[in-house]
Design a protein around this ligand. Sequence first.
Ligand code: ADP
Length: 412
Amino acid sequence: MVEKTSNSLSQNVNELEAFYAISKIVAHNIESEDGLQKIINLARPIFIFDNVVLYRSGESKGLEPSFARAVGRGRSTEADLAWGEATANEAITSKQIIVRQEINGNYSKERMRLRYYLGLPLIIRDYQMGALVFIRYGGPPFTEEQTHLAEFIATNVAQLLEHEQLVIKLSTLESERRLERLQDDFVATISHELRTPLGFIKGYATTLLREDTTWSKDTRREFLMIIDEETDRLRELIDNLLDSSRLQTGTLRMKFQPIRLDTMLRDISLRARSLYEDMPIELKLKNSNVQIQADPTRLAQVFDNLLINASKYAPGSKVTMTLTKENKMAHIAVSDQGPGIPEIHLENIFTRFFRVPNETSSIRGTGLGLFICRRIVHTHGGEIRADSKVGKGTTFHIYLPCEEIEINKHTH
Ligand code: ADP
């Protein structure tokens, strides 16, 4: 008698420990699959079952088994096991604990034919999450005490599922908010950038149209030049926006052809010298006859953009463009002696809409240029990165794969 009491006492202590450990799992696990496995491992020593199946009530598809383990008998015949779907359905519809017994043929010969099912609805605050079904082969039947134990396990499993659902919901909400904030920033930047040139165009056009004033020829010309420049800016901005969204969705088509990089850089620097009169541009071609496969318009856009940036962010500084052939790569460096970019921002400048805070707030821009440059260079199989020292200047390095120029063996 005494022995029996101490036995059941130690059984109670074991149960308590398992209860405690199960509750802890619910508090600490986010992954329900992992948490469920741990709960099942802890439940097994205090509560005997052969199979356990978790059914979840899907929003559209109805009841679906989402977790199943064969732990006892029948482990080896897992494929033919009964998974208690009918019991799960009944538990869900009635919101009650269901105890069922099923006999398939002659169970005295094969214990697997006698099955006991214990189905528990998983409900949290009236919300039906599914059902948990325990299955035992060949008995003994589930006792009332064991049913209580199973109820405790089911409550914890329901909490685990709820916990997981909340975490998923939270992260969805967070990413929606992040996206919303990004879209807000985008709209704010773009509307500001579109409004500025539009404001100039409208203002000067209205002024020119005033009938109460006559403008001198020079003034009229000056106003028209502003309108002309701002219209270009507006077009450039819209082109950039379109390019960046096409690059983002991979729908920007490029037409590759063999080009001479040294010739291209010579043309670009010539054009830039006439565009930016107070920006001395030095071109150093360390190798000539550097041939690459490229879309000439798009690649020129990259160098143009770097030169525009140098004129905007390093005004008055000398700019050096160097072309070197290194192994099978062409290396183009575009350096200025401007204010430079703090190291923490160096990688970010290639991100869409990123602009170095504060320093460039008075200079017009959208933060799209370098994003577009990087995408174009990547499409050419190359790489672009920036080096910079605050107060000393910035160098953009571009690496592009070269074509091996065929030496004609039959020349003589
Ligand atoms: P945008 O010029 O329209 O702002 P970019 O993508 O071309 O966009 O450049 C991103 C940011 O990188 C700029 O806002 C500027 O802060 C910084 N930056 C680019 N080029 C230079 C440069 N040569 N010197 C200093 N800062 C630069």
